[in-house]
Design a binder for this molecule. Structure first.
Ligand code: GNR
Ligand code: NI
Length: 175
């Protein structure tokens, strides 16, 4: 396994539409392994392949949280070619962050529940209902596959302010 570099705003690759995966090859498995290592190291609860500069429809996720005994209840998940089949009318608001927009957090309103379809690393098809942080996270990650970032849901004023901050920071490090 290896930690890969996470690309950050204003990297234009974040705006690419990722390509469907036709076959789960050893390279795809290696990419998923590396994405888990990168995600846990960050740390983050989800990661889309484009965040490590691979424009493929692959997502890793682990919504690990401490249980009543204080032990970490970890559940690594892989989503290949995920799709949202339906979304609830009801919405919920979560404070979101993104590893590609470090140290910036804002509230985003999204459908509270979604039904998703995806394949796993064994090529097996799944359909699941997601709610709570799972629903928010899978929508955030599927957005990445379509070149969409959570700041796109904010007011133009807020979005422009974040973009400017990251563009300036990128200029400073290239000098
Ligand atoms: O680690 C992450 N936390 C998070 C919190 C609220 C909503 C979405 C997320 S995903 C984010 C990691 C990331 O950038 N995934 O693309
Ligand atoms: Ni993100």
């Amino acid at each position: 396994m290896a930690i890969r570099e996470i690309i950050i705003l204003p990297d234009k690759q974040l705006r690419l539409v990722s390509k469907p995966i036709e076959k789960v090859t050893p390279e795809i498995r290696k990419l998923a392994d590396d994405m888990f290592e990168t995600m846990y190291d960050a740390p983050g609860i989800g990661l889309a392949a484009i965040q490590v500069a691979q424009p493929l429809r692959l997502i890793t996720m682990d919504l690990a949280k401490k249980n009543d005994e204080g032990e970490v209840d970890s559940k690594p998940r892989v989503f290949i070619n995920p799709e949202i089949i339906s979304s609830s009318e009801e919405t919920s608001v979560y404070e979101e962050g993104c590893l590609s927009i470090p140290e910036y957090y804002e509230e985003v309103e999204r459908p509270a529940k979604v039904r998703i379809r995806f394949i796993d690393l064994d090529g097996k098809l799944h359909e699941e209902n997601a709610e709570g942080i799972y629903a928010t996270c899978i929508q955030h990650e599927i957005d990445h596959l379509n070149g969409v970032l959570f700041v796109d849901y904010l007011s133009k004023l807020k979005r422009d302010r974040v973009l400017k901050k990251f563009t300036k920071a990128a200029k400073r490090t290239e000098e």
